[in-house]
Design a protein around this ligand. Structure first.
Ligand SMILES: *[C@@H]1O[C@H](CO)[C@@H](O)[C@H](O)[C@H]1NC(C)=O
Ligand SMILES: *[C@@H]1O[C@H](CO)[C@@H](O)[C@H](O)[C@H]1NC(C)=O
Ligand SMILES: *[C@@H]1O[C@H](CO)[C@@H](O)[C@H](O)[C@H]1NC(C)=O
Length: 241
């Protein structure tokens, strides 16, 4: 008669573990909602930033240098690594224009809530341990100028969401685990610098490579194939930057 009891015990443990886990998660959510209703923000944009950064903080599992330790409360402009500037649409409002967590050795992932950072011009998180993929909500970052995700643990296919960022000039994806093909549309975009090296991309050199105005393009240490296209002679010729 012992084995059935043992099973029952294990099942009970599993059920209570699940229950504890669920109720802890529910408590977290309640606290977040309470916080949000009780906090006073300088303007609605900074309230959205708070939601985004708290979601990000919950998606961080290790922060050995305490870069995000002071990410609490409504004064998001004084959070470590967060930079505010006057809004382009109303200069009397401060908005978050930059995030710089370079060399933080932070482990975690990028939650979809980061799409709420719609005033962001710079997003620099090089030399961390961020994993997973780049959320599609990044398409809302219409002012993003510089995206540096280099030296992290991002995986999956090329983050095509970057193709929809109208202001993007600097794209650094080097030293990650991105794989598969690189969309040839990337080379039609008005970018200044693109670093794709040290990933697992597999691509033939695209025929439109010469259309790209970039002054820096690094593709090394991928699985490159193909020959250099005739269009390469035009590269950067019209950029004037
Ligand atoms: C980060 O904060 C923790 C807890 O307060 C502390 O023990 C640790 O020394 C801090 N690390 C650094 C690099 O300051
Ligand atoms: C949070 O940390 C950053 C960098 O460590 C520092 O510049 C900032 O003043 C701190 N903010 C607060 C509110 O302590
Ligand atoms: C700019 O923001 C300020 C402060 O929030 C507000 O009082 C003002 O009406 C805004 N101006 C415009 C043109 O929206």
């Amino acid at each position: 008669m012992r084995p059935p009891r043992l099973h029952f015990l294990i099942l009970t443990l599993l059920v209570s573990a699940t229950f504890l886990h669920t109720s802890a998660a529910a408590d977290d959510n309640d606290n977040d909602a309470d916080d949000l209703n009780n906090l006073v923000f300088e303007n609605p944009s900074l309230r959205k930033v708070y939601i985004a950064l708290q979601a990000w903080k919950s998606a961080i599992f290790s922060d050995p240098f305490n870069f995000t330790a002071n990410w609490t409360g409504p004064a998001v402009c004084s959070y470590g690594g967060v930079f505010c500037a006057p809004s382009l649409s109303n200069s009397s409002n401060r908005v978050v224009a930059g995030i710089d967590l370079n060399h933080g050795d932070i482990a975690g992932y990028l939650p979809p809530e980061l799409g709420l950072l719609t005033d962001l011009a710079l997003f620099h998180i090089n030399s961390n341990r961020f994993c997973g993929t780049v959320p599609n909500t990044f398409k809302k970052l219409k002012l993003l100028h510089e995206l540096d995700l280099s030296n992290n643990r991002f995986v999956g296919t090329f983050p095509t969401v970057v193709l929809s960022l109208p202001k993007l000039k600097f794209l650094d994806l080097r030293f990650n685990e991105f794989e598969g093909s690189v969309p040839i549309k990337l080379f039609d975009k008005d970018l200044d610098a693109v670093f794709l090296n040290d990933n697992r991309f597999k691509f033939g050199i695209p025929p439109n490579l010469g259309n790209s105005p970039v002054s820096v393009l690094v593709l090394a240490n991928n699985n490159l194939g193909g020959c250099l296209p005739a269009s390469i002679g035009q590269m950067g010729a019209t950029s004037g930057r």
